[in-house]
Design a protein around this ligand. Structure first.
Ligand code: NAP
Length: 313
């Protein structure tokens, strides 16, 4: 285990964390970005991003690669590791413990993102990886010419359903309301698409099969009628849970696990800031994650300068 001391440790290598890294590196803070090898962020799973200003259309992984290259060009130090705990040592000093190191730091930016929510219905745990997926770009190819079911009515569900039409014979979106939550432009594309159809006002109550998925039981929430629906693949996009479990006894979270911050990205704990989808926030987009990251890095910089007595007033 190596003991090292930093001005700032950023936890998470998505758009929020990398943007914070770019700003911190340009501010010449001694910064380390730690990203988990095992966590695949939401942007990495996105086939196509078309609402990041200045970039007409780009695959998620490519945008992340460009951001990383930009951060490295400013000298950002980064490491693949998993953070286990953050605690206060003494005074302004924080201890970040990972699988491989114990690093001391004056400030931390938590940018750990979120993981896909599960439905919690019978059959779900049994068939994850055996017909159930949370990532269309990763697993869509396994369902060539098959009947695919997409659960959810938000941006992710509709965007990924559109992507899955490249593979599936048919893509059916099951949504619990009579209208979708997704952006209107995505809805227009889905309604016009010949391979996409909808089962609205309906929830999936059970996932069936023997070795692999062969169908679902769908219940209409308005009339209570049940339908046995045959399908080969199920993609679940019913929202996200912030990756904040390791912080729950240390900083203030809301009931969904979102980190509560002020507009300067300060959390309830001195010296700890948060950015991106791990935060309680209104709009989860790449562009808002980047905005959070920039603000968090600026605030962390001010904090470190205050601690060192070098703040520029
Ligand atoms: P979301 O906006 O939270 O939508 C989740 C969807 O799943 C909702 O339609 C919700 O239904 C449904 N749902 C939740 N729990 C359910 C349950 N137990 N059973 C059945 N359905 C359930 O999540 P998201 O679509 O992943 O988007 C997350 C954030 O990322 C959003 O801020 C979104 O704008 C953003 N995003 C943006 C883009 C883009 O800009 N292109 C792409 C992807 C994601 P209700 O509608 O009834 O609540």
């Amino acid at each position: 285990m190596k003991n090292e001391t930093y001005d700032l440790i950023i936890i998470g290598g998505g758009p929020a964390g990398i943007t914070a890294g770019i700003y911190a590196a340009r501010a010449r803070m001694k910064t380390l970005l730690i990203e988990s090898i095992s966590v695949m962020g939401q942007v990495m799973m996105t086939d196509r991003i078309e609402n990041y200003p200045g970039v007409a259309e780009i695959p998620g992984f490519e945008l992340i690669e460009k951001m990383k290259t930009q951060a490295q060009s400013f000298g950002l130090e980064s490491r693949q590791d998993t953070v286990k705990n953050i605690s206060r040592m003494n005074g302004e000093c924080l201890l970040v413990e990972t699988e491989n190191c114990r690093c001391e730091t004056t400030s931390v930016i938590v940018a750990t993102g979120a993981r896909p929510k599960k439905l919690g219905v019978p059959g779900e745990e049994k068939f994850i990886g055996k017909g159930i997926s949370f990532c269309a770009t990763c697993d869509g190819v396994f369902f060539r010419d098959k009947q695919i079911l997409v659960i959810g009515g938000g941006d992710t569900a509709v965007e990924e359903a559109l992507f899955l039409t490249k593979f599936g014979k048919k893509v059916t979106i099951v949504h619990r309301r009579d209208r979708l939550r997704a952006a209107k432009i995505l809805q227009e594309r889905a309604f016009e698409h010949e391979k996409i159809d909808f089962v609205l006002d309906s929830i999936v109550e059970e996932i069936t099969g023997s070795a692999i998925v062969d169908g679902v039981v769908i219940k209409n929430v308005k009339n209570g009628k049940k339908l046995n629906f045959k399908c080969d693949g199920i993609f679940m996009f019913v929202g996200w849970t912030p990756n904040t479990d390791f912080l729950k006894n240390f900083i203030k979270l809301n009931e969904n696990g979102g980190i509560i911050t002020d507009e300067e990205m300060k959390t309830s704990e001195r010296g700890i800031f948060a950015a991106g989808d791990c935060r309680k926030k209104l709009l989860r987009q790449v562009v808002t994650a980047c905005g959070d990251g920039a603000v968090a890095a600026y605030s962390a910089g001010q904090f470190v300068d205050e601690v060192k007595g070098t703040v520029y007033k």
